[in-house]
Design a protein around this ligand. Structure first.
Ligand code: SAH
Length: 339
């Protein structure tokens, strides 16, 4: 019988497993504490559990772990980029950032990505597999342990498309919610626009912020740079975003990576204003990171684009560049290491 990944179980699930094994329910809380507070990596360390129960637990469960393969620390602003090696040898990236309001972490949700966005390094190295809930959680635990910093904001914006790993991501959110320094209100999830999953996520009313990678206001340009748009066009995406806002009361944050000569002119700004007019939302402008073998370069008119949006009544800000000296576009570290 295959062993169960115990770090991917919520407290309720662990209780159910223990009861099924003929153990008392309260044991689950004890074990959960060892795993998620003391963060033990070996069942033998659980000193308040009898040897007999420990051996039963060891037969049934395993404790997942991840290792730092590479760590880059910015001299400018203390941003740390980790390349983590998972238990099967696959690798993902995690970025830890310091803000005035606390520490924020950007975690990966898949090894690689299927979505094929033209400007993104994560997808170039191909898709391998979904991350387990434990592997998303361990990016937080290991980064906290290594840096000595407490993390109070999480963004699911690293490698992968979180809504393409829906069940594991939702399970991870339930686990993260139980972490003392975190709350779902301080978690953001970024998607390229898997419309059916946006509806499904809205129904769960988790209270997280939904970031939608828009990057173009017309189907013509968006389909060219983001193949997902050929499956779900902008009109369908906007309908889902409005539904998300109406159902959860959380305003959408639109990501817009400005690419020189592609989506940074006045015509694009006007089309974006017309598209988002009247929506309670926010636009996050990102100067695109040039990637290896990529054809796109950073826009030279980021500030003027922002000003055009603001004059048109759209709430827009430019994302602060962190870790400029260790700048590797997301997905680039993994790609460099493996290919
Ligand atoms: N798959 C999800 C989350 C991962 S990508 C999504 O598409 O939203 C996180 C964000 O970084 C997305 O907005 C994505 O479009 C953007 N991004 C990817 N490559 C980039 C690059 N080279 N420069 C700037 N932003 C990029």
């Amino acid at each position: 019988m295959e062993k169960i990944d115990i770090l991917s179980l919520t407290l309720e699930e662990l209780e159910a497993e223990l009861v099924r094994m003929g153990e008392q329910k309260f044991r689950a809380a004890q074990i959960y504490k060892w795993l998620h507070e003391k963060k033990i990596q070996d069942f033998s360390k659980m000193t308040n559990i009898s040897a007999q129960i420990k051996s039963k637990i060891e037969d049934k469960f395993w404790i997942n772990s991840i290792k730092i393969q590479k760590r880059l620390v910015s001299d400018i602003d203390n941003t740390v980029k980790y390349l983590y090696r998972l238990s099967d040898g696959e690798m993902v990236e995690t970025v830890l950032m310091e803000y005035k309001h606390g520490n924020s972490i950007c975690i990966s949700s898949q090894v690689g990505c299927k979505m094929q966005c033209e400007f993104c390094a994560s997808t170039k190295a191909g898709y391998v597999r979904n991350l387990l809930p434990s592997e998303m959680l361990l990016q937080i635990y290991e980064s906290e342990r290594d840096s000595g910093r407490k993390i109070n904001h999480v963004v699911l914006m690293g490698i992968g498309e979180p809504l393409d790993n829906f069940d594991n991501v939702v399970k991870f959110l339930r686990l993260a919610e139980e972490k003392p320094d975190l709350s779902l209100r301080h978690i953001s999830l970024s998607t390229c626009g898997l419309v059916e999953r946006i509806y499904q996520l809205a129904e769960l009313k988790l209270g997280i912020t939904l970031s939608v990678s828009l990057h173009a206001p017309t189907d013509e340009v968006r389909s060219r740079i983001m193949p997902i748009n050929r499956r779900y066009n902008i009109a369908e995406l906007m309908k889902a975003c409005k539904y998300y806002f109406e159902t959860t009361g959380r305003r959408i944050s639109y990501e817009f990576a400005l690419i020189d000569g592609v989506n940074d002119d006045k015509e694009t700004a006007d089309a974006l204003i017309a598209l988002l007019k009247g929506q309670n939302c926010h636009v996050n402008l990102i100067p695109v990171n040039a990637i290896k073998d990529g054809v796109f370069s950073r826009s030279k008119s980021v500030e003027s684009f922002k000003n055009m949006l603001c004059s048109g009544g759209i709430n827009a800000t430019v994302r602060r560049t962190l870790g400029a000296d260790i700048n590797a576009a997301c997905g680039q570290l993994r790609r460099d290491e493996q290919y």
